[in-house]
Design a protein around this ligand. Structure first.
Ligand code: SF4
Length: 217
């Protein structure tokens, strides 16, 4: 991990106010089975009350996919169908996502899919900064365990949260960065594409660029 990436990571953890990660970091070397580790953490957080989103939770939507994935997809947060099922990207946006991935020869089960927040914001509103930072350590843990080599960040909320800025989605799409030292590509959230089909072409261009990186891993 580069110095810049390490500073970015530590700053996000500090902002989250969760100190135990500094006192007892996840010891990846001691946990040979990534799936078992992820399952344990998912169970441990099922009753999390760290932020107001807990009030609307039916199911924690921790994330799912290949624990040894080369790429991780990071969205914003669960919607109604995800809250009901406990699985990420299963509603209309999820169906579009699967088509988008199929178009670049990636199966859903090849990658790992997670969100910035694990509980549904009421009415699908954007999660607040407080909520995002409260939940971010869980995503950081997932990335530590899975150790993907590429991130696909979907939507403005996810991009601004990971990069800690207020830049536009267009800016993020055109200026690739990294998170925790992992190259990150930003594109539209599938839900946004369902609202505005004019964004499908630029999203397709983003995905094609991402595919080139993915195939070169
Ligand atoms: S969104 Fe995250 S931090 Fe907030 S209650 Fe749910 S699991 Fe906990």
């Amino acid at each position: 991990m580069s110095r810049r990436a390490l500073i970015q990571y530590l700053e996000l953890l500090k902002q989250s106010g969760v100190r135990q990660l500094f006192q007892a970091p996840v010891n990846i070397e001691a946990v040979p089975d990534k799936r078992q580790m992820l399952d344990s953490l998912k169970a441990a957080y099922a009753d999390c009350n760290k932020c107001p989103l807990a009030a609307g939770r039916i199911n924690l939507v921790y994330g799912e996919g290949n624990p040894a994935a080369r790429a991780m997809l990071i969205g914003e947060g669960p919607g109604e169908q995800e809250n009901l099922s406990g699985r990420p990207f299963v509603g209309a946006a999820g169906q579009l996502l699967e088509k988008m991935l199929a178009a670049i020869n990636i199966k859903r089960e090849d990658i790992y899919i997670a969100n910035i927040v694990k509980c549904r914001p009421e009415g699908n509103r954007n999660p607040s900064q407080e909520e995002r930072l409260a939940c971010l350590p869980y995503l950081v843990e997932q990335i530590q365990i899975i150790q993907p080599r590429l991130l696909l960040v979907m939507g403005l909320v996810a991009a601004q949260t990971l990069f800690g800025d207020t830049n536009t989605l267009t800016w993020h799409r055109e200026n690739h960065g990294d998170f925790m030292g992992i190259p990150a590509w930003v594109t539209y959230h599938p839900a946004a594409l369902l609202r505005n089909s004019n964004w499908k072409r630029p999203a397709w261009e983003d995905l094609q660029a991402f595919q080139k990186e993915y195939e070169n891993l």
